[in-house]
Design a protein around this ligand. Sequence first.
Ligand code: CP
Length: 313
Amino acid sequence: MDFQNRDIISMNDLTREEIDEILSKVQIVRNHPEKKNLCKNKVSAMLFFEPSTRTRTSFEVAMRNLGGEVGGFYDANITSTVKEESLWDTVKMHDGYGFDVIVIRHPLKGTARLAAEAAEIPVINAGDGPNQHPTQTLLDLYSIKETQDKLDGLTIAMVGDLANGRTVHSLTEALLKYDNCTLFFISPRDLAMPRSLIDKCSKAAPSRGVNFTEGSRIEEFISEVDILYMTRIQKERFEDRTAVAEKLRSIYRLEASMLRNVKPHMKVMHPLPRVTEIAPDVDHSPHAYYFQQARNGLFVRETLLALILGAVR
Ligand code: CP
């Protein structure tokens, strides 16, 4: 399999075999004896139209660990976007300045795909609105495999704002490529998983052995799951930002006392940032895995960059 110059826009664009191949390279890149030279003289353009801590920083450190450099911007308000320059033209400019790869985050669905059409160099989607966050999903899958030793036959609950959370959309798409998954989608009715994804789950059910259930209470499912994937209420994507978000936050809150009867190997994951949905007392539990999960993002992003830039095969 050759990932050189591939765009990474959606989990839909990757087969199960390709996902497995990427994950299988993580240890190789992480411990590569020539790691510091793998992407020497390569430069990544970081086009961030939305705030980020983990994705931005881990991509930056990943590039530096591989011997490369980064450029671009993290605040579109200091670019000519404020003079109404289009996304297309912004991407075209970076495409022509000698960068080797573009990493783009944008609040609108479909912008990463548009950027990939505008650019000759490969484009990595670092999150496009509520749509997809494929590099998060790759690190999520890596983390799930690391803790459960498999990706087939798992029981996974996704909790919170399933309507607006791009990480749970990407993760669901990815898990439908694996066999015999049981998925619990736990959210308030107004923030349920989009119908298009529920339809995909229904379609995958006969061939992949997928089971899925929609619910609204963590307590109903927590003792059955291998992975409890918490998400935050995406307040920035609400029209009425405060009142609804505050109400929902108080309903979806995991506390250490709720972990008493869970499976011994169960892990709590979260793409982060968290707000109130995981109480600080959960951090001390052996089930908490979200900080290791975020750290795995560095290793997975190093691997993606090395593959896309042709440094490893
Ligand atoms: N998980 C994630 O995408 O975090 P950031 O928004 O901080 O990049």
